[in-house]
Design a protein around this ligand. Structure first.
Ligand code: BGC
Length: 421
């Protein structure tokens, strides 16, 4: 090596050492609140932690168990009110606006501009992530909620076929029950009741009236004849769940389908994360089909992290690394393969994704054109947490009282929503 070469090498080594030292010196910590604790969820969260740590920052895990995130939101409120919020929290939909109103969230516009978020994300998503025109949250994925997960072996043993509409659902459920299996795996928790209810509502109301009910909060639709029919159909489903349903976690319900105890579950595609974590193959070990009667419709649920104002500069930097990483293409791929959702970026290569994910992506894009892309009420995308809570109460009370009157329930629903508006 020439003298000049040795000198250049030395110089770059010194520069590298300095850069490494300074990146460690600047490395910050992000504390991240989430509720991803099931098998598939934990695997997905681990990808984010790993990618952040690779950049020299540290991850302080703040996991609060409880599907749907109700417990996580309660814990978050306590922490924020005591003046000690985490760096980022899994906050979705309308809740982002509520936290923005309270003045807790920080702007991510510099990261968003550098990453051209406005360009790579669908408008239906960016709208939700901005508060007063500034990005304050980063989307992780798009979950489709109106899915049905089926065990083909159980269907075969019962001589039933995977249902495409409600009539077929009840016909199949009868056969499966007679064959000694649980037709519908369900966890009796308010958010799961609401998830099932919203799938039935989507079919019976249709997309337009679904939006009128849960987005516009139209009293006539909320208390109208189609809502009565929705409650009546939802009530019929109760005959096909087992008596151990109350309080059961959603992933336990999924495992009943995985191990052949139950035939079906109506649940968002985070359930696919459980099948994947159990090493199951779609099309072979399990079937994904649209929830009965909702083939061309898409109830969307977008997971996102909202970012809180911090006072420590290094932690602020680390926060930006996290925001950037979430929309990194490699992260989007690995995370969503584990989580069961589809990437939120529109410019992704989908080669590694399975048929369920490809169907989801195709329906996501097509439904955006036809008006059949609707926000999930049960998962906080359609309305405020107050209205959502009111719907949960009416729906859960109704479902737990098998003699409740569907007509009265629809009227109660309208009254409860009105009081929460
Ligand atoms: C979240 C999913 C999560 C599911 C069950 C939903 O509200 O969006 O990410 O997997 O709850 O915990």
């Amino acid at each position: 090596m020439t003298k000049q070469g040795t000198f250049t090498l030395k110089k770059s080594l010194i520069a590298m050492t300095f850069a490494a030292a300074s990146s460690v010196a600047n490395a910050g910590e992000v504390e991240v609140l989430h509720w991803w604790t099931s098998g598939g969820e934990a695997k997905s969260a681990a990808v984010l932690k790993q990618m952040l740590e690779q950049q020299g920052d540290s991850w302080k895990d703040f996991a609060v168990a409880g599907g749907g995130g109700e417990s996580a939101m309660t814990v978050l409120k306590t922490r924020a009110v005591s003046g000690n919020p985490p760096s980022a929290a899994q906050i979705k939909g309308h809740d982002i606006q509520e936290w923005g109103d309270l003045g807790f969230l920080t702007s991510l516009d510099d990261v968003a501009e550098a990453g051209q978020w406005d360009k790579v994300l669908p408008a239906v998503v960016t709208k939700v992530m901005k508060y007063n025109g500034d990005y304050v949250a980063v989307p992780v994925n798009v979950h489709r909620v109106n899915w049905l997960w089926a065990n083909p072996e159980v269907f075969k043993k019962a001589g039933a076929t995977v249902p495409a509409n409600m009539d077929e659902f009840f016909a199949a459920a009868e056969k499966i029950k007679a064959a000694g299996f649980v037709p519908l795996a369900h966890g009796g928790q308010p958010w799961q009741d609401a998830t099932l209810f919203e799938a039935v509502a989507l079919d019976i109301l249709g997309s337009q009236d679904y939006n009128k009910a849960f987005v516009d909060l139209d009293m006539d639709v909320l208390s109208g004849p189609k809502m009565v029919e929705t409650f009546a159909t939802f009530q019929r489903m109760h005959d096909y769940i087992d008596e151990n349903s109350p309080g059961r976690d959603w992933n336990i319900a999924t495992s009943m389908v995985i191990n052949g105890e139950a035939a079906m579950q109506i649940m968002g595609d985070w359930a696919k994360g459980e099948f994947a974590a159990a090493g199951k193959q779609p099309g072979k070990d399990y079937i994904c089909a649209p929830a009965p009667g909702t083939a061309n419709q898409f109830t969307f649920n977008i997971d996102s992290f909202a970012f809180f104002k911090l006072s420590n500069k290094d932690n602020e930097e680390a926060q930006k690394h996290l925001a950037k990483t979430i929309l990194n293409k490699d992260f989007q791929e690995v995370f969503n393969l584990n989580k069961g959702s589809i990437p939120v970026r529109l410019d992704m290569n989908m080669d590694k994704f399975d048929k369920c994910a490809l169907d989801s992506m195709a329906t996501f894009k097509a439904s955006a054109q036809t008006g059949d892309l609707v926000p999930s009420m049960a998962h906080g995308l359609a309305t405020t947490s107050y209205v959502q809570g009111a719907v949960y109460d009416v729906v859960t009370n109704f479902f737990n009282d098998t003699s409740a009157d569907p007509k009265q329930a629809a009227q109660q629903l309208a009254r409860a929503v009105k009081a929460a508006m």
